[in-house]
Design a protein around this ligand. Sequence first.
Ligand code: ATP
Ligand code: MG
Length: 344
Amino acid sequence: MSTHTSGLAIETAGLVKTFGETRAVDGVDLAVSAGTVYGVLGPNGAGKTTTVKMLATLLRPDGGQAHVFGHDVVREADEVRSRVSLTGQYASVDEDLTGTENLVLLGRLLGHGKTAARQRGEQLLEAFGLTDAAAKQVKHYSGGMRRRIDIAASILNTPDLLFLDEPTTGLDPRSRNQVWDIVRAVVAQGTTVLLTTQYLDEADQLASRIAVIDKGRVIAEGTKGELKASVGAGSVHLRLRNADQRPEAERLLRDLLTAEVQLEPDPVALTARLAAAASDTAADHAAKVLGELSRAGITVDSFSLGQPSLDEVFLALTGHDTGQATGDATGTGPDTDTKDEVAA
Ligand SMILES: Nc1ncnc2c1ncn2[C@@H]1O[C@H](COP(=O)(O)OP(=O)(O)OP(=O)(O)O)[C@@H](O)[C@H]1O
Ligand SMILES: [Mg+2]
């Protein structure tokens, strides 16, 4: 594969990396189209960073093959390096330098002249909302600012392929949104992004295709829609006026939707998971449900339609959850489903 005609930014076949007894990456096949955001989703220790490091030529594979824009990551490592950039899980900028100093220094190292390096630095600091922090030492930056300066550093020269290894882990929702906007802007300029994440909603927000990895293996791959379809069509969430009408509502839902109905801790709330095979849309289901409930004299105070979360996808694929703590600000719970809340 010395000529590159496939339109793939990344292509791996049977990629393996072992550390002693641990098969950190255990036969990974990936195909990432150029110009897209590709999500690699998996829990702690799944093999995400190890995969990225092999693709970025920082680790040598123990088996299989990997090509980046048609170049072999081992035999043609220099060509690969000239086209990729990596923002690591742990930020790589110099803590003792200011934001400006970091970007100017890196710009100079990349061969830009003094003025060009300064201009590019200023431009990126402004684009990333860091102008006010430009003269501050990076060690005094917040986590979100740190992540942004790190991404800025990695796109000083617009790379053809950018690896973002867990770019938002530990960030608050606002900072995560800022990073997401940056990723969208980078892709809009033609860069391919391989993004690793433990956050299901992050892959959902950014990536067009997603590989779910667990214990060094790809356990599912596809578009977001395909992954979700493997679990179900979504859910209908209802809140009733009277708790004592819930058993009847539950019965009705089961009959109508042949769906799994879940009673929520809140005594007036219940959720029906819609089957994957259902040909109607979630909205059709909801309309049917509301009509029947109304005919049965059951008052619905509000309802919402939810897409299945990727968390549910992971559970369905692996039989275990993602192993992440719940109830944090990262939004992996059912409450962050894409819901259209409607007052009935
Ligand atoms: N240098 C190393 N030496 C020994 N074991 C390693 C090394 N790097 C990774 N591993 C092991 O390989 C497995 C995969 O690790 P990796 O860092 O790729 O996971 P990850 O998906 O990036 O996890 P996280 O979400 O925690 O960053 C883990 O079991 C890890 O302990
Ligand atoms: Mg990692």
